[in-house]
Design a protein. Sequence first.
Length: 56
Amino acid sequence: MGHPDVQSMQTAVMAEMGKHVLDEMDCLSPETFMKTCATPIFQGPEQLQAAFMKIF
């Protein structure tokens, strides 16, 4: 009796998860964030600079 051998399945699952994480890391780059999220909010660099000046 005992536990089943799941090492090969775990290796495959971890490899797939690692691939998925690396693929999704592109969404977290500052350039991608600014293009997708901040562009609709701030129409130009002057507005972005003004917003940062209000914070600091």
